[in-house]
Write a protein that binds this ligand. Structure first.
Ligand SMILES: *[C@@H]1O[C@H](CO)[C@@H](O)[C@H](O)[C@H]1NC(C)=O
Length: 266
């Protein structure tokens, strides 16, 4: 009996240790999956816009003004192969200039968030101007981001890139559009994998309503939600973790406003 308890105690300590190592666990022992960097892969990078990065505002992810929404100038437009119909919006990448005399030698990499689509242009050859044509993996970076890793005069450089966790301060933010019967939500400031697979909304007088992917980083629900406090359930595309942001918007919510939650992925 004593040895049973001893081994039980030992196993218990082992389980606690494994949980602690596997990830951040809260008081209930629930373990948050943590997004880990992916392997380095080969691609190319160009840049668009000028040093003000004003051309990068209002990209296909729908983040609008990248300065006021926290993305800044460290952003890139992804070729459609990487963009994944907008599911890659918000994902983060380390990009390293590779094997070109235009690379800055002592810069290991720079980090960008995907905020836009670089569309294909089939009137240009995929190896001569049509850099974003499928199946090419391509980053059309903001000029300030490109200038951190290489000389802009290069125009295009080979790069090595890998997915990395997004470091975002605070919780996920929800920018509202639509009306009392159609809620369109742009999801911003997503940490961890940075991406979203599915989303649900719940008013104080409704159950969980599944939202459909609209475009970029926006999700929509055709439901009467006006006058109700709103909660959101969000599933990470990368880690499949689902988190709930309770009562993010008060009953008098309005379109054109952004609501902050205090939850995020890791
Ligand atoms: C596609 O490439 C052609 C040829 O260079 C150019 O004239 C055109 O503006 C490009 N289209 C877009 C949408 O960029």
């Amino acid at each position: 009996m004593a040895s049973f308890f001893r081994s039980f105690g030992f196993n218990f300590i082992l389980v606690v240790l494994i949980l602690a190592i596997a990830g951040k666990s809260n008081a209930l022992g629930y373990t948050h999956p943590i997004f880990r960097p992916g392997p380095w892969r080969l691609a190319h990078a160009t840049f668009y816009g000028d040093e003000s990065a004003s051309e990068t505002m209002g990209g296909a992810c729908g983040y609008g003004n990248l300065f006021s929404n926290g993305y800044g100038t460290d952003t890139a437009a992804l070729s459609s192969t990487l963009f994944n119909n907008g599911y890659a919006c918000g994902t983060c990448y380390q990009i390293k200039c590779y094997n070109s005399p235009h690379c800055y030698k002592y810069v290991p990499f720079t980090t960008v968030t995907a905020t836009n689509l670089c569309p294909p242009n089939w009137s240009q050859d995929s190896n001569n101007g049509g850099w974003c044509n499928p199946p090419r993996a391509h980053f059309d970076m903001s000029k300030p981001a490109f200038m951190k890793i290489g000389a802009w005069k290069a125009g295009i450089v080979p790069v090595l890139f890998r997915r990395v966790p997004c470091i975002k301060p605070g919780g996920i933010r929800f920018a509202f559009q639509g009306n009392g019967y159609w809620l369109l939500v742009y999801v911003m400031n997503v940490a961890g994998g940075g991406d979203i697979a599915s989303m649900w909304v719940k008013g104080t007088r409704t159950g969980w309503i599944s939202m459909s992917h609209n475009w970029g980083a926006s999700y929509q629900a055709f439901a009467t939600l006006g006058g109700q406090a709103l909660s959101f359930k969000i599933q990470s595309y990368s880690t499949k973790e689902t988190i709930i942001a309770y009562n993010v918007a008060p009953a008098n919510w309005n379109v054109g406003l952004t609501y902050k939650s205090n939850v995020n992925f890791h």
